[in-house]
Design a protein around this ligand. Structure first.
Ligand SMILES: [Mn+2]
Length: 275
């Protein structure tokens, strides 16, 4: 019997430099499972538009997943916004990996969970797709610009009323509000469908918690935090933080999301969170 019943992974972003494929390969090796759910943004077609960064380790991830499907594991791929081209293939199976726009998983203890990437709960990607795409490109430039601006202000001796720290704090607060809105609308959606909870991704912030009596679960990502959700054979769900020097990640901790590519804290996190 494999060590866990189910694996839930999202936001791997294969095809980008930031993807932590090596850690993921280790994680997969240690966690054979009966069900594996890939909950979106597994392959980053948006980033590959701008320049492919496809490492040998990215091939290995794909091969390992195909191999698991061949050996009788159930592998379900639920596309996200970065791999939305696959949304055009509902019900299709690629090498034994089933593609569905969403799925329902029943845990060993009988809870029914909706599995969906979650970009539909993100007002930015939903209504202003161009903002999200632009934000993705502009993010690194914003970080640099902010650094340069603060340097220029110091040079000009204008340290006065404009506080970089205050600016960063306001941005973090915006990002946290963004997360709370996301979580609330995800849980509301699951409730409307008469389910016991939801497992999603998208905001790169792993969590297992109860909101208004429903289970809210986010798989996190394999760009920055190397997190996954596992289901044990008794139906218990656990957040796993993989790899060396994991952040002191508590599911409820107020940690700003998605600090990939090691930006300084001045980053426009709200924009980043829209990934
Ligand atoms: Mn996404």
């Amino acid at each position: 019997m494999p060590p866990v019943r189910s694996l839930f992974l999202s936001d791997i972003h294969l095809g980008t430099r930031a993807c932590q494929a090596d850690h993921l390969i280790e994680f997969l090796r240690e966690h054979p499972s009966e069900h594996t759910y890939l909950i979106g943004d597994i392959i980053d077609f948006w980033a590959m538009h701008r320049g492919i960064c496809w490492m040998p380790a990215h091939n290995t991830v794909v091969q390992k997943l195909l191999r698991r499907a061949r050996h009788g594991e159930r592998i379900v791929f639920i596309p996200g916004n970065h791999d939305e081209v696959l949304r055009d293939y509902p019900g299709v199976s690629f090498g034994g990996i089933e593609v569905h726009p969403e799925a329902i998983h029943e845990t060993a203890d009988g809870r029914r969970l909706l599995l969906i990437h979650g970009d539909i709960f993100d007002q930015v990607t939903r209504h202003h797709r161009w903002v999200a795409v632009l934000g993705d490109v502009a993010y690194n430039w914003l970080v640099r610009l902010n650094l340069w601006l603060s340097w220029a202000r110091r040079k000009m001796g204008r340290s006065g009323y404009w506080s970089l720290a205050g600016y960063a704090k306001r941005k973090v607060k915006t990002a946290l509000n963004f997360i709370f809105d996301f979580e609330d609308s995800a849980v509301r959606h699951a409730r409307e469908r008469g389910l016991d909870g939801i497992v999603c991704g998208h905001i790169h912030w792993a969590a297992i918690k109860e909101i208004d009596g429903l289970l809210y679960i986010n798989c996190g990502d394999w760009v920055d935090s190397c997190t996954a959700i596992v289901e044990h054979f008794d139906g218990r769900l656990e957040l796993v933080v993989w790899g060396s020097a994991p952040p002191a990640l508590e599911p409820h901790a107020a940690r700003p999301p998605a600090l990939a590519e090691s930006p300084p804290p001045v980053a426009d996190i709200a924009m980043k969170a829209a990934r």
